[in-house]
Write a protein that binds this ligand. Structure first.
Ligand code: G1P
Length: 322
């Protein structure tokens, strides 16, 4: 298991209040086959597809680091070497950039390895999300931990994870992130039955079901890819039989914990992007590119959506200039 040290953290890494928390470890499952993105994912892990100028998985690792988590375990599968390399040092490249005095790119290359102590473990057989989490058991030990699913990209300006960690501190047990979705979309998510707690954005989760039909869904609250899990989940996962799709589902294990009254939900109303399918991935790239690099992308986009006339005029212009 390669382990990359993080002795020299970048200045934007967190310090201070978050580090006093008991939760320090995060798990990022990244063993999926990425079939929805073939052939792009034939030799490249889907987690390494770029979202503007960083691979998708880097956003999740940055989010974990920003919430004070300094130990991150990436659960990988076959063909995932690129993920390990990305969070490692790249000495030749760093030397070449240093020799040129290109400090901006040098920092960009060094940052991934400095975000946290990043570890990797292989899942072996892709038996489902619940199984991926179970693979982290030995590394995590008997302490609460965070799971971040890379397909859900939470806008870097949001503080969802910190809020979830606060809720875990106060209520103990496990905490899931919930978002209200169009009932026609609920079959794409784990769905939670909830009851109020008296706090606007915190609910008690009374039941969970993985990808129910619209008709059988207990609510429009979808579980999105952020969890703070009590280590009790490991024992439950061990007993959890394969569920939907023949996979060991995290949702099924959490259902057992919810039945014991130990799961809460933080209702998120902020910006979340879904990089899990092609159309949503493209929307994510466009939306984030409008923030960074920013104005030039917005200006181009406005012109582009202004209509095909503008586009064919530009093409004509190009032909004339050629
Ligand atoms: C997984 C979980 C599901 C959750 C979703 C969030 O599904 O199984 O409960 O709602 O992530 O993105 P997947 O999208 O991997 O099929």
């Amino acid at each position: 298991m390669p382990q990359h040290g993080a002795h020299d953290r970048p200045p934007h890494s967190p310090a201070g209040p978050a580090l006093s928390r008991t939760v320090r470890k995060a798990v990022v499952p990244a063993a999926g086959l990425g079939t929805r993105f073939l052939p792009a994912t034939k030799a490249t892990p889907k987690e390494m597809l770029p979202v503007v100028d960083k691979p998708a998985i880097q956003y999740a690792v940055e989010e974990a680091a920003a919430a004070g988590l300094d130990d991150i375990l990436v659960v990988t599968g076959r063909h995932k070497r690129a993920i390990e390399d990305h969070f490692d040092h790249a000495h030749e490249l760093e030397q070449a950039l240093a020799a040129k005095g290109d400090t901006v790119r040098l920092d960009a290359v060094r940052d991934p390895a400095r975000l946290a102590d990043i570890h990797h473990i292989r899942q072996g057989d892709p038996l489902g999300l619940g199984h991926a989490v179970l693979c982290a058991r030995r590394h995590v030990g008997d302490q609460p931990f965070v799971v971040l699913l890379g397909d859900d990209l939470i806008d870097p300006r949001e503080t969802l994870l910190s809020r979830m960690l606060d809720v875990r501190d106060r209520y103990a047990g496990s905490v899931v992130a919930l978002m209200r979705v169009d009932p026609a979309q609920i079959h794409l998510y784990g769905c939670a039955a909830v009851s109020p707690t008296g706090e606007d954005d915190v609910v008690r989760v009374t039941g969970l079901v993985e990808k129910p039909s619209r008709e059988t869904a207990p609510s429009a609250y979808a579980v999105i890819g952020r969890h703070v899990l009590d280590p009790a989940v490991f024992g439950t996962l061990e007993r959890t039989p394969p569920g939907r799709g023949g996979e060991i589902q995290l949702t099924d294990a959490l259902q057992e914990l919810a039945a014991n009254g130990t799961v809460h939900g933080v209702v998120f109303v902020g910006l979340r992007y879904d990089t899990g399918d092609r159309a949503d991935y493209l929307r994510t790239v466009v939306r984030l590119a409008c923030d960074r690099p920013g104005p030039e992308c917005v200006a181009w986009l406005k012109e582009f959506v202004a209509g095909p006339e503008g586009d064919s005029a530009r093409r004509e212009e190009g032909r004339r200039a050629a």
